[in-house]
Design a protein around this ligand. Sequence first.
Ligand code: HEM
Length: 496
Amino acid sequence: MSKRQTTSAGAPVPTNETSRTAGPRGPLLLEDYQLIEKLAHQNRERIPERAVHAKGWGLQGTLTVTHDITKYTRAALFSKVGNTCDVLSRWSTVAGELGAADAERDVRGFSLKFYTEEGNWDMVGNNTPIFFVRDAYKFPDFIRTQKRHPKTNMRSPEAMFDFWAGQPESVHQVTILMSDRGIPKNPAHMHGYGSHTFSMWNDAGERHWVKFHFRCQQPIENYTNEEAKKIIGETRESFQEDLWNMVSEGKYPKWKLFIQVMKEGEEDKFPFNPFDLTKVWPHADYPLIEVGELEMHTIPENYFQMVENAAYSPSNVVPGIGFSPDKMLQARIFSYADAHRYRLGTHYEALPANAPKAPVAHYHKDGAMRFFRNDTGNFNAYYEPNQYEDAPRPDPSVMEPPMRIDAEAYRHPQEVTDDDFVQPRALYKEVLSDEGRTRLHQNMAGAMAPCSDSVKERWYAVLERVHPDYAKGVRDAAESAPALPVTPDTPIKAAE
Ligand code: HEM
């Protein structure tokens, strides 16, 4: 026998098709509260989409620790080889809205929530080891250039390249974005990176600076612009479909977790700022150390509940894992929880996607949607300190060791220097194949085709600092490209 349908208050409903009316032709009676409830719920089905990374795909899975890194961290998760931990992933595009096509050229977000026995640890990374800017002041402007123009309501290549030309340190990331890696086939075929420098501290209170790498165990696969165009013509949901098919067929995507490690104090000897998010640490100097394996094996039962409601934040660390002085990371420590309180509400951490599997015992109190009981376990203990022996207390043993910092608070300018072009040059000349370089030239020339000549020239000047061949390659590709497409920027420029 089928279950009885009920109201949200649990009362059985007699019908789901006929409203209550005064006569056979109406009008409707206001007392048909089931209908009102149904319409009211529909009106409340949406929450604000994420201001960035709105379109996403998620799976649940497991991290298994395969190697001993206890000399670097006291994190309970890594205390023993063989430890396992439930994980919720969310991959995303940055610029597109909730309904955007999956196979767009964009950086991909790579978020992981580790439900460890000492609380949730979130890794909110990307599929690139670096980022466009290295100061949080520039982040909202950068994102603005990736989103819609306020008048045309369309994306604006003019704004994108204008901004990047004004921030030459972005050329490293723009090169990756315009390379073959710019359109991954789906999340199962890309690496993930914590990108920032984080830290780990061990039982002895020693700190190391750490970078996290999730190396994809499936082949790296990407679409060319032409392939992506075709895919998007056929389906906007190619990533979701691929993940669904892979997991349904038991082909669970896997990544190996590695870390790069630098002893605290060594940063002073490093040839550049190791907390600069626009640069990688050379693998030759800081080799990858294997830690564990991530397998994503389960499609969440309800997408909205587990993926849309997922609230990742770089502020979610656990004892043994910490931050670094990277000022972009520092800004993110504030920004994400603030976004969640706005997007999901005060008690977002109690939602199923975010609720820790570790016991929760805090003194935060009421507010909208308080749907958990007293979290202190003793109803008299609703403040702290208090006289109750069973009440939760802070644990000084999880105090992070003191961090040495430069003393002067000041707006230290980070001017663009030749150092900023060393790594993009190596990427361009030494990592990319001849064909890869050609496609990079073509992709970039295509992306900037609608831009004004002055923006183009400023961008070529940036490329020139990376390598003259790069500037020439893109310029030649641009000049041999078909006539400029008509773009939304064109009338605006003409009108000004
Ligand atoms: C100062 C710089 C940054 C700020 C202020 C910032 C801010 C934000 C905000 C407000 C969100 C939306 C969160 C939500 O509504 O749930 C977001 C999402 C995200 N950001 Fe950032 N972001 C910054 C830099 C970065 C960097 C450098 C990375 C990668 C290394 C990154 C990766 C992500 C990812 C993956 C998401 C999606 C999280 C999810 O899956 O829910 N962001 N960011």
